[in-house]
Design a protein around this ligand. Sequence first.
Ligand code: F6R
Length: 242
Amino acid sequence: MRVHVHQSAEAAAAETARLISETVRERREPVLGLATGGTMQPVYAGLVAAHRAGLSFAGLRSFNLDEYVGLPPDHPQSYRHYMQVQFFDHVDVPPDRIHVPRGDLDPDDAAAAFEAELAQHGPIDLQLLGLGRNGHIGFNEPGAPAGSRTRQVRLAPSTIEANRRFFDRDQSPPEVAVTMGIATILEARSIVLLAVGADKAQAVAAMLEGAIGVACPGSLLRRHSDVTVILDTEAASGLSGD
Ligand code: F6R
């Protein structure tokens, strides 16, 4: 596992965008696993800037980690919509190569369809991950089985609270999602995890220096042979270095 610590969140996001751009440049038909959330917005801005500077995403196929159950793809708070606004609207990725679990279908059917698409077009060359304050990856909350695959999950109360900032005051954030499983994530050829800010420091320390186990899903990434963790100094502030 490589751990890169940057002086600022901006520099950490810029390195993440650069690593993704390199994968896209090197492969004729790159397969990316993508994440949403506040952390990733500057990463997508960096990729859009790379596109404007000449990088083509025409050969890209993308698989997003998760989606809220109950939200159709055009719902303003759906992750499919987030991806459209943050990234897809600004680059040349063909729409039929975009895969996001469907929030408007029966969750078991949506999960099975997503796994089938992944089996057909995978493996993922580079999986982008954020980190939950409780150590979740995708929406695999603490206790999620290491062998889990794409499925319906109930979000932890702290995750629902953290997501509330993306919803209007009179809307309650969804409590159920479809997420790639931990085993699904670990099948990617390489993984890049980005975490910034002091509110991730405890989860980062548990991921990198705590026991490897389902109590901190991020710690299970230490079983993968090609993982780059990109942090700013605040997110790295809980590390002892031991
Ligand atoms: C998003 C995802 C989540 C987020 C995590 C951090 O697709 O799978 O694991 O990466 O909750 O979210 P932010 O970046 O909003 O702190």
